[in-house]
Design a protein around this ligand. Structure first.
Ligand SMILES: C[S@@+](CC[C@H](N)C(=O)[O-])C[C@H]1O[C@@H](n2cnc3c(N)ncnc32)[C@H](O)[C@@H]1O
Length: 210
């Protein structure tokens, strides 16, 4: 094993062990924790949508952050089989084929407001395509997922709401950044320390939906 791949492996092992110790199913949780520490995007009582939520780390962390008065809904192609906090739900589904009104739990149907639609305060997307090893292809697939996530946010995020989206840096990155900039008062590009240095992934955070 080369020196670089050995240190990459040690890095991955460190965060995987830490996640196990902290009772999260994946080390990706530390990326969201860093984003939250820097930008405070999730507030207590928020209604949060987590796109690409399996195996469930972000969903669990979001549910803890919003507390009992908040609700977190996750969507993924894959089933989440860890136990979730009582204020979190995971739906099996494809972002490209979900009927948003029925599948995202948006119809609150409360006695006070029958058939009322409740929008989200935060939309998170840590979605990643299955990778091919070709950076241009992987980045193009990631760009498609990001656009789908931004479309969901455009429709279902409250005015003033926040958006976090993972993207694989590629030739479409600037175009996506422009779209986020057009939809939010502020936008930030952030690579958490817990991301592998060699990884092309980066996060765009939009705050204050216009
Ligand atoms: C890096 S994982 C997410 C990890 C998650 N944030 C956590 O902390 O546990 C990326 C996820 O995106 C999901 N994904 C990819 N394409 C998707 C799509 N079209 N619809 C829904 N989920 C998708 C994958 O199934 C995968 O579980």
């Amino acid at each position: 094993m080369s020196k670089t791949s050995k240190s990459n492996q040690q890095w991955a092992d460190h965060f995987t062990e830490k996640a196990k110790h902290d009772n999260y199913p994946a080390r990706s949780v530390y990326k969201l924790m860093e984003i939250q520490k820097k930008l405070n995007i999730i507030k207590r009582g928020d209604f949060v949508l987590d796109l690409g939520c399996a195996p469930g780390s972000w969903l669990i962390y979001a549910a803890k952050t919003i507390g009992d008065k908040g609700t977190a809904v996750g969507v993924d192609l894959q089933k989440v089989d860890v136990q979730l906090p009582s204020n979190a739900t995971a739906i099996d589904g494809d972002i490209f084929s979900l009927n948003q009104v029925n599948c995202f739990g948006l119809n609150s149907n409360s006695e006070d407001e029958p058939n009322s639609i409740k929008k989200y305060d935060v939309v998170l997307s840590d979605m990643a395509p299955s990778t091919t090893g070709r950076r241009d292809v992987d980045a193009a697939r990631s760009f498609e997922l990001c656009n789908a996530a931004l479309n969901v946010a455009s429709e279902w995020l409250n005015i003033g709401g926040n958006f976090v989206c993972k993207i694989f840096h590629g030739s479409d990155f600037k175009e996506f950044e422009k779209s986020v900039k057009a939809n939010f008062k502020q936008h930030t590009i952030f690579k958490p320390e817990s991301c592998r240095k060699a990884s092309k992934e980066i996060y765009i955070i939009g705050r204050g939906k216009i």
